[in-house]
Design a protein around this ligand. Structure first.
Ligand SMILES: Nc1ncnc2c1ncn2[C@@H]1O[C@H](COP(=O)(O)OP(=O)(O)O)[C@@H](O)[C@H]1O
Ligand SMILES: [Mg+2]
Length: 386
């Protein structure tokens, strides 16, 4: 009985073990299912987090948009939006520029130094009012005439804020203005009685590389359809470039983008290098420097440079509305040269020393104003047809 009882107990234990084993075997896939459920859970959580992240991002973007709405960069098909124009760094304000020009005319030249102002005939001047100026001496008087007339044409076009303030001065070693630097003048080889230009010194200027429409060699068209998705910073720069290209076409200035395009023949990377005579002020605004090639020299070399300047003009189909309006007015009244002369004579006491444009040059200026005006009208027609 005792043996039989033990055997029954052993059998019972065995059955219990088998049952436990079977139960364990049945439970075996469970961890895998849990794992699957678990990873599904992780995925779900991750998706939920992503969604929450996206929601948060969308909300942030909405808030940004409320603060800073991305209005269309172009209005009425061809004009930069008011928002973009308002973002352009102001440059040299008209009243400040006029005040500097008056002060520079009345000031004495306290020192003249070589270096810092380009070619060896130029000088860096310290004036008795505390300001500094680059003094440009033209090998030919037409260079100074070009510089001065271009400066005042920029005023007529409403883009003078992009040019450093400029005044003419008469080199007179015995005169009050130059008396402190008589010695330096002797070493400068400047002719007595020559007219030089004083350009207000601007600190911390940096180089400017042409942006996309012109940076890749042959200019592409800068039109409303090409601008979507560009960041505001780039658009603000393009606003200034649109003025620059019109200005250089009107003055036939070859010594900026056109000369870079010309150099493409032997330097395929030239458009990725700094643009001649264009600099950037610390506030990001462009500074149209050295305009001596404009109007006089440029008009003598039209045949050479228009093959570059004309495609550049055609590459711009978005404009500052104020620039287009002024050009339309000068076109309608046919008085571009007369207005320039009036302005030049009113603002530059030494104008008579250099004289004004010849009849022929005056006609060329009007013809170029008319040409730009027609180009703007074509861009408007193209935009309307889209
Ligand atoms: N008003 C100025 N303020 C600051 N830097 C200037 C100014 N004028 C000229 N420079 C400096 O001198 C360089 C050459 O000037 P630029 O007027 O082009 O002379 P150049 O007669 O040699 O062509 C400019 O690129 C700039 O670095
Ligand atoms: Mg230069």
């Amino acid at each position: 009985m005792e043996r039989g009882g033990r055997a029954a107990l052993a059998l019972g234990l065995l059955l219990l073990l088998l049952l436990l084993g079977a139960m364990l075997a049945l439970r075996e896939p469970a961890p895998a299912r849990d794992e699957a459920r678990g990873s599904g859970g992780v995925q779900k959580t991750f998706r939920a987090l992503l969604a929450a992240g996206r929601e948060q991002q969308q909300q942030q973007e909405e808030e940004e948009r409320e603060k800073d709405p991305p209005a269309a960069p172009v209005r009425r098909g061809i004009f930069w939006s008011r928002e973009l124009e308002a973002r352009v760094p102001p440059g040299f304000a008209a009243e400040e520029a006029a005040a500097w020009r008056a002060a520079a005319r009345g000031a004495r030249v306290a020192s003249l130094e070589r270096g810092g102002c380009g070619r060896s005939s130029n000088r860096l001047a310290r004036l008795s009012d505390g300001s500094r100026a680059c003094v440009r001496y033209g090998v030919s008087p037409e260079q100074i005439q070009g510089e001065a007339l271009s400066y005042h044409l920029a005023g007529l076009l409403g883009m003078q804020q992009r040019l450093p303030p400029m005044a003419l001065a008469l080199v007179e070693a015995r005169g009050r203005q130059w008396e402190p630097v008589r010695e330096e003048l002797r070493g400068s080889h400047w002719a007595e009685g020559a007219v030089v230009s004083l350009t207000r010194w601007v600190d911390n200027l940096t180089a400017v590389v042409a942006p996309a429409p012109w940076g890749g060699g042959r200019p592409r068209t800068l039109a409303a359809g090409e601008l979507s998705g560009l960041p505001a910073e780039q658009l603000v720069e393009l606003v200034q470039w649109s003025d620059l290209i019109l200005f250089d076409y009107l003055t036939a200035n070859f010594d900026r983008l056109a000369s870079n395009l010309f150099s493409l023949q032997w330097d395929p990377r030239v458009m990725r290098r700094a643009t001649s005579n264009l600099l950037r002020a610390p506030d990001g605004g462009l500074v149209f420097m050295d305009n001596e090639a404009g109007l006089v020299h440029g008009y003598r070399l039209l045949a050479t440079w228009d093959p570059y300047n004309e495609p550049l003009l055609r590459s711009v189909c978005v404009f500052r509305e104020g620039t287009a309006r002024r050009l339309a007015e000068l076109h309608r009244r046919r008085n571009a040269a007369a207005e320039l002369r009036r302005r030049y004579r009113a603002r530059e006491p030494l104008w008579e020393h250099l004289g004004f444009l010849s009849e022929r040059q005056a006609e060329l200026l009007q013809a170029r104003v008319d040409f730009v005006h027609r180009h703007i009208a074509q861009c408007r027609a193209q935009a309307a047809a889209l």
